[in-house]
Design a protein around this ligand. Sequence first.
Ligand code: GLU
Length: 278
Amino acid sequence: MQHRRIGLAVGAAVMSLALSACVAGGSGGSSTGGSAGTITIGIKFDQPGLGQQVGSDYKGFDVDVARYVAKELGYQENQIKWMEAPSAQRETLIQSDQVKLVVATYSITDARKQKVDFAGPYFIAGQDILVQSNRTDITGPADLKGHKLCSVVGSTSAQKIKDQYPEVQLQEVDTYSKCAEAVAAGSMDALTTDDIILAGYAAQDQYKGKLKVVGNPFTQERYGVGLKKGDTELQQKVNDALTKMINDGSWQKYLDDNVGASGYKPNAQLNPPKPGSA
Ligand code: GLU
């Protein structure tokens, strides 16, 4: 009898261990250093040059950064699961363990740091404006007054306009590609977000010659890799990976490969930044 009780207790302990291993290995990915299992990474799906779904493949600077970081954490390409991370959902995706990392033109801000932690920065962009190529009346945010401006809910881009240019008619949608479409169609006057994102749309085949970036950046957007708040071990590993990526030339190659063709030039005073200061 005594023996059986112990057997049951041990059995239960083993079961609960197995269960917790299951939970840990679930959605967001197994332990960060593990070679087994998978890692789920949130990226954009509709931002050419940065994070874009192309058939069954994923392309862009953020995607290449994510692949490099994943590899440094012990995950091969076929162990990465990509998940779309729209601007407004990024914190929630991390907090609910649906993703382990977010690499999605994700600006490091104090407000977001209440909910998640960041590694990085790995890039510094600036908020700018996209208009139809033939327009000359909008050269900066001060010219937007009375115009219809499109941006994305949950972004620093929309927040900046609400805080500092409240007289602008701001419309917030869920993705930047919808805004680009609306500007091209003429139903919106302008789109505002980071210059590197806007350059990607302006260079897209369907918009070439029709859309242009104003070229007057008015913020600094420090891109970080979002991760679970308090996971300082993962944060350190990702910072080490980002530093290595910049130092071994991969950072420059990823920019050239993905963004070079758009003609976009990163701000050389600010780039590459020094990861670890998020
Ligand atoms: N970098 C800005 C942000 O994180 C704008 C781009 C985006 O929404 O992904 O809000």
